[in-house]
Design a binder for this molecule. Structure first.
Ligand SMILES: NC(=O)c1ccc[n+]([C@@H]2O[C@H](COP(=O)([O-])OP(=O)(O)OC[C@H]3O[C@@H](n4cnc5c(N)ncnc54)[C@H](OP(=O)(O)O)[C@@H]3O)[C@@H](O)[C@H]2O)c1
Length: 277
């Protein structure tokens, strides 16, 4: 395979698109980008590039994949970077004869380097470009995992859906308690400061993206049901008058996480120390 590849990023004017434009350009590839107002259209990108990447919101990605699918040749790759994979991988496979690959970089556009970052690959059709992209990512330090789209989306219902849901609920609670930033910062512990920054981080960014990570994941309702039942269970166990019950409840959870708790303690100490350095 030719070492210098032409890569077209549809949505290359957006934050992830710009990040990957720089990444692939630094890898020596020719990168073309299109947005809704650029002179280069997504049709141009589809016709001209070896690798065509959809880096747009999910609904737009599905619709664009249908528009450009028939323009692509067998030897090209159609790939996406959407945060949910079932619908878009199905749509890409149905729309084209080209090779198809779903990908999800598990990091955002503020990340300095790809080193150590996880990227999920959901193979759709073909092996040739799959090996190429694996090499592009792993040779520069990323950690790549292959996964079925359904498995990916189920995991993301927890990793993204539940995480952001809890952050929003925490923010709403602070709002209801009228705990403004001055009050919060004057009595923050390091752990609370981190949580508070994570709240600000979410609300400083595109709310539609966060909303869609929760509401468009069809597995989230099931996860939420588990979470709500766990809240009741935890309320009962932690507010119980019998100390033994509370201890057993906590020990039972610790048993599940085993030695990873010690690793997490070390990792979180690094975060705390970095916060005050
Ligand atoms: N942000 C993250 O942390 C992150 C992480 C992993 C994956 N992702 C995924 O990456 C994709 C892009 O996210 P992003 O954060 O880069 O979003 P973004 O900054 O809002 O950029 C969106 C891009 O899509 C284009 N676009 C928006 N609506 C469109 C439409 N209806 N038709 C055609 N193009 C449209 C925009 O073009 P204009 O120039 O015309 O506005 C822009 O180039 C999403 O699928 C997201 O789920 C995001």
């Amino acid at each position: 395979m030719n070492k210098t590849i032409s890569i077209g990023i549809i949505g290359g004017t957006g934050s992830m698109g710009r990040w990957f434009k720089d990444f692939f350009s630094a890898g020596g590839h020719r990168v073309l980008i299109s947005g809704r107002t650029t002179d280069i259209t997504y049709t141009d990108v589809a016709k001209e590039c070896d690798v065509v990447i959809l880096s747009v919101p999910l609904n737009a990605a599905i619709s664009i994949s249908k528009d450009i699918g028939s323009l692509l040749r067998y030897e090209q790759l159609l790939m996406d970077m959407c945060s949910l994979k079932e619908e878009i991988v199905k749509s890409m496979i149905g729309s084209t004869k080209a090779e198809v690959l779903g990908t999800h970089p598990l990091f955002g556009p503020f990340t300095d380097s790809i080193k150590g970052q996880n990227i999920i690959l959901c193979p759709g059709r073909g092996e040739r470009w799959l090996k190429w992209i694996e090499n592009e990512y792993t040779s520069r330090g990323a950690v790549v995992y292959e996964m079925e789209p359904l498995t990916h989306d189920r995991h993301m219902a927890v990793v993204q859906g539940l995480t952001h849901f809890i952050t929003i609920c925490m923010a709403r609670t602070l709002q209801k308690m009228n705990m403004d930033s001055d009050t919060v910062l004057s009595c923050s512990t390091p752990v609370f400061k981190i949580n508070y920054n994570l709240i600000g981080r979410l609300f400083a960014q595109d709310l539609d993206l966060y909303k869609s990570l929760i509401s468009k994941n069809k597995h989230f309702k099931e996860i939420l049901e588990v979470f709500v039942s766990v809240m009741d269970e935890s309320k009962f166990a932690l507010l119980s008058d019998q100390d033994d019950n509370t201890t057993l409840f906590m020990e039972n959870i610790r048993e599940f996480f085993k030695d990873s708790c010690k690793d997490s303690l070390k990792e979180s100490n690094k975060i705390i120390n970095a916060l005050y350095s």
